[in-house]
Design a binder for this molecule. Structure first.
Ligand code: NAG
Ligand code: NAG
Ligand code: NAG
Ligand code: NAG
Ligand code: NAG
Length: 623
């Protein structure tokens, strides 16, 4: 007897009901006019925070008008096709063979901050249409990662949960009945960043004759000949032969968040394992233009209140916020290069996505303070402008980019940032941070001190950028309460516990930058051997082994001042001391770097957190 499968008319479905045996169904959503629709008369059942629009299927909230990160935390969404899939090739088949199926889709995952990603998404097959928990459960599994319904999930995991054995924050895994993947593989192996804010294409094929599940991923729409993952699977070990399963997608965020959109989904299944069904590659509709992208800015927008700059001036300066002028893009806005029409000055214009009125008030108060700060090592905020809810911040342009770029991606790949300049950059950064902490009429906590926020002027002077605003604009607090926060290199352990940033948290981050400069590698490098992943820990270990200079950037060769190098490494450790109370103040740091004050004794190995005093150090470590 044939199963009664209801297909919605809005789906572009071709159903062949061969009267006795075969059921073949293809459906395509999100392409060729078959947009995703989350209504019960549409083509998807949506749960939790999932929603659909002609732009795609959004699995968690994406409301770029809302910049309060609390809005996005612990969100989860699931969308299941209203077409359910019968698993058994035919009820009259005594051998109980399962169907083969093929599905392909395109998705984009945008992290709120590349370093702090949400949990990830999954393609799911479920015996029941019920949603699970947010965070590491992908919205599929229960709080402890166990199944709610019979479950097969292909996870695209963008968050590292060590307790679950995740190898990194960028892997694909096959989950059968629970969240601990049966098989997983790092997407870095094929140079894919799942949360890279670009389109990822995936193909999932199950062949019931070979009993293999194959997963492919690519950053373009050509299906790779080799599967990325092959997992031997009998569908009937997961599901009951006579059940209809739901197919769809699920995604979740915890204390860090991503935006997830699914596009161009096709699914086809073949009840006869010998029949071959070609799944058409995902269709690529033209992406909707970026808000404010070339030519889209309308004169009517100029009505907004402007402070110092008019929106019109900034439109001219940045060539209408055109693609050509874009220096970078984040989830909350884009940065454009511009030239002010009247003075000819080169500027960087940060165009933030709209904020709520309440957010705006606090933001403007903060901006008005920050725009008054003037220091030779601090990027000048020249002004700002509000246009409806959009905020535009105008900074002086730093043509040579950031310290990050100079260290890791120099214009000439062979060039190595010389030691003299490195020492000058860290000294200038210390001056800037000291000024923010103590030199101005009110204390300003940077909150997001890291090598990518240290810009360089044409003489390689450090120019500190993006301070203070971090609280409003960046979502760098996102990892603040996670266990692993401190491990990302720049966040002090007590911030992870309390979520509160203090000047001593800035000092911790300064220590991390000092070590990054000396060692020429990122503060957190998951590709490194395990004992080297966390730069601070590795340097402590080498200090303990009395081979401190093993950590020195090998690209420097012998070209550095050994005394300065040792000073910087030990100072870096002292600043990144696990206990806030044991860290020097920025005033002391400036004095130490200037050679006016001797470096205090540094413990000879990594102190335990919460020790109240220093362990006595070996005499050879004092400078
Ligand atoms: C979508 O439309 C294009 C162009 O008309 C066509 O080539 C393609 O086969 C269609 N895809 C599907 C899945 O219907
Ligand atoms: C997300 O979903 C939960 C549960 O349905 C709901 O309480 C919350 O308000 C939603 N959040 C957003 C931003 O839509
Ligand atoms: C399944 O694998 C068999 C053996 O390799 C092959 O002949 C068959 O075409 C495959 N079926 C599908 C639906 O891909
Ligand atoms: C399913 O789609 C593929 C590719 O568009 C097509 O070749 C195949 O004939 C379709 N199957 C049916 C039963 O329409
Ligand atoms: C720094 O910027 C100046 C001015 O744009 C340029 O001439 C110089 O080549 C840049 N230096 C490096 C190392 O990028």
């Amino acid at each position: 007897m044939m199963r009664d499968i209801r297909f919605r008319s809005v789906l572009s479905i071709i159903v062949l009901r061969a009267l006795v045996k075969h059921v073949v169904a293809n459906f395509t959503l999100g392409a060729n006019g078959t947009s995703f629709q989350c209504t019960d008369r549409g083509n998807l059942w949506c749960f939790g925070n999932a929603s659909a629009s002609p732009a795609g299927l959004m699995l968690t909230p994406i409301d770029r008008a809302i910049m309060a990160y609390e809005y996005y935390l612990w969100t989860a969404g699931m969308a299941l096709s209203t077409t359910q899939i019968p698993l058994q090739k035919s009820e009259s088949d005594p051998t109980r063979t399962s169907i083969s199926f093929s599905t392909s889709f395109r998705f984009i995952i945008e992290p709120s901050d590349p370093n702090y990603r949400g949990d990830g998404m999954a393609f799911v097959m479920l015996s029941e249409g019920r949603q699970g928990f947010s965070g590491g459960s992908f919205g599929v599994f229960d709080r402890r990662g166990h199944h709610i319904a019979r479950t097969l999930a292909i996870e695209f995991d963008t968050h590292e949960n060590w307790d679950l054995g995740d190898e990194n924050n960028n892997h694909v895994g096959v989950d059968v009945q629970d969240v601990n993947s049966k098989l997983a593989r790092s997407a870095w192996e094929v140079s894919i960043d799942l949360a890279g804010s670009y389109s990822i294409y995936s193909w999932i094929d199950y062949n019931s004759s070979t009993q293999n599940l194959e997963v492919r991923i690519s950053s373009d729409n050509a299906k790779p000949s080799l599967p990325f993952i092959v997992y031997p699977l009998n569908l009937f070990d997961v599901f009951h032969p006579d059940e209809l399963v739901y197919v769809g997608f699920s995604a979740a965020n915890g204390l860090c968040f991503n935006f997830y959109t699914v596009h161009d989904w096709t699914f086809s299944f073949v009840s006869d394992p010998e029949a071959i069904v070609q799944v058409s590659p995902p269709i690529l509709p033209a992406l909707p233009p970026e808000p404010g992208g070339g030519g889209k800015v309308q004169v009517a927008l100029i009505a907004g209140v402007s402070l110092e700059f008019s929106f019109e001036q900034l439109c001219i300066a940045t060539d209408q916020f055109g693609e050509e002028s874009k220096l970078g893009q984040g989830a909350f806005g884009a940065v454009y290069r511009g030239q002010l029409p009247d003075t000819g000055q080169l500027v960087a214009v940060k165009r933030l996505n709209p904020v709520s009125n309440q957010g705006l008030k606090g933001f403007l108060a903060e901006v008005s303070i920050i725009s008054q700060i003037r220091h030779r090592n601090i990027v000048k905020l020249l002004g700002w402008c509000k246009d409806r809810g959009n905020l535009l911040l105008v900074y002086e342009l730093m043509p040579n980019g950031s310290l990050d770029k100079a260290l890791f991606h120099p214009a000439n790949p062979k060039s190595v940032l010389p030691w003299k300049l490195r020492f000058k950059i860290i000294s200038g950064s210390a001056d800037a941070l000291y000024y923010l902490h103590e030199g101005w009429r009110q204390q300003v906590i940077h909150r997001d001190f890291k090598s990518s926020n240290i810009m360089l002027d044409q003489d390689f002077n450090a120019m500190l950028g993006d301070f203070g605003l971090a609280r409003m604009v960046d979502h760098s607090q996102c990892p603040a309460t996670t266990q692993i926060a401190g491990t990302f290199g720049y966040i002090a352990p007590e911030v992870a516990g309390s979520g509160r940033f203090t000047d001593k948290a800035d000092v911790y981050a300064f220590g991390a930058v000092a070590l990054v400069i000396a060692c020429g590698r990122p503060a957190f490098l998951f590709k490194a051997p395990v004992e080297q992943i966390f730069l601070v820990d590795w340097v402590w270990e080498k200090l303990d082994q009395e081979s401190l200079f093993d950590v020195v950037d090998p690209r420097l060769g012998e070209e550095f001042d050994a005394k300065e190098m040792k000073l910087l490494l030990l100072l870096g450790l002292l600043c990144s001391h696990p206990n806030a109370g044991s860290r020097p103040t920025m005033r002391e740091v400036v004095e130490i770097l200037g050679g006016r004050v001797a470096l205090p004794l540094v413990p000879s190995s990594k102190p335990q957190p919460h020790y109240l005093s220093f362990v006595a150090s070996d005499p050879h470590q004092s400078i």
